[in-house]
Write a protein that binds this ligand. Structure first.
Ligand code: MTE
Length: 318
């Protein structure tokens, strides 16, 4: 691949912009009096309050998978994001506010009994929302612990009624270059695409999140709905989903298409398997100055390791 300038995926993010430096830059911007009001997170909270689904939050917490601590500060998790459609640095949260999340339609297609489209609020009426506190481990080695609200991916699969021959579920982000301006950069294989094997999708841990911190999902975190598969690297968690397709062929997903020597389909967290350019042994929780050990399957092995017993020949950890 001919690459003229260094791109986001070429350098470990933790080497590009240490979070401390990034936050200092934000403080500097604020001290200079630039856009102080627009930077205020309360503006986002107000938008969440006006969301038509606001009355559904907060939902009852399900602690079956534990309640890891310490919880990441809401401000950290909502102002330090990866959403390449809005730019390749972490400070995209303000640009992401331009994303319109109503009306929002999700297309269910491929190997299903009958393809259909469903509005996001109609989908919400068909599922049971609950809150789960999950660990999140980015492949770039930062991590967070946040309370998602949503429903198991399984509920979506059951609504979709896939054929017995379907083996994978593929999810895609909205394509809207006029707002998601980075989609004009044809070097990336837009739209952002991710997927799970059907048995992974049916595992109760696999979650569709529609909210965060007891409120509708902030746009920068993937409103109105995004995937959360907490035993996998964070890039699996495709945001702002508009397409759910069932297939018998394993998809080539966004990062894999871009750099298959570094990113694959399974992407399960494993501290023993380094990324080709950096170690995955430890991680830096957002808001902390310390590094902590990374856990196999991000600490969720007892719930998901069995999925891979017959897949040992696969590249499960990249
Ligand atoms: N989904 C889309 N559409 N675009 C992205 O750039 N980044 C992924 C994932 N989902 C990404 C995405 C990566 S690398 C991570 S770590 C998580 O979103 C970050 O989620 P957060 O911003 O809510 O912490």
């Amino acid at each position: 691949m001919l690459i003229k300038r260094k791109r986001g995926w070429e350098i470990a993010e933790n080497r590009v912009t240490p979070e401390g430096a990034y936050l200092k830059r934000r403080e500097l911007v604020r001290a200079m009096g630039l856009g102080t009001a627009a930077l205020a997170v309360p503006g986002i909270a107000a938008a969440q309050g006006q969301d038509p689904s606001a009355g559904l939050y907060p939902a009852k917490r399900n602690d079956r998978y534990g309640v890891p601590t310490p919880m990441t500060a809401e401000r950290q998790a909502t102002t330090y994001n990866n959403f390449y459609e809005f730019g390749t640095d972490k400070s995209i949260w303000r640009d992401a506010q331009k994303l319109e999340v109503r009306p929002w339609t999700i297309k269910i297609s491929g190997m299903v009994e009958k393809p259909f489209e469903i509005g996001f609020d109609d989908l919400l009426a068909k599922v049971q929302l609950e809150e789960r506190v999950y660990r999140h481990r980015c492949v770039e080695t930062w991590s967070m612990i946040v309370p998602w609200t949503g429903f198991p991916v399984r509920s979506l699969v059951e609504l979709a009624k896939p054929l017995g021959s379907a083996k994978y579920v593929v999810m895609k982000t909205l394509m809207k270059p006029s707002v998601m301006f980075e989609q004009k950069d044809t070097l990336y294989p837009w739209p952002y695409t991710e997927g799970l094997a059907i048995d992974e999708a049916m595992n109760d841990l696999a979650f569709i999140a529609t909210g965060l911190y007891g409120k509708p999902m902030p746009k920068q975190n993937g409103a109105p709905l995004r995937l959360v598969a907490p035993w996998k690297y964070g890039f699996k968690n495709v945001k702002s989903i508009v397409s759910v397709e069932f297939t018998d062929k394993r998809p080539v997903v966004f990062w894999e298409k871009l750099q298959s020597s570094e990113y694959g389909f399974w992407a399960n967290v494993n501290p023993q398997v380094p990324h080709p350019r950096w170690s995955q042994a430890t991680e830096k929780p957002l808001g902390s100055n310390d590094r902590i050990p990374t856990l196999l399957y991000n600490g969720y092995g007892e719930f998901v390791a069995g999925l891979y017993a017959d897949r040992k020949a696969e590249k499960l950890f990249m």
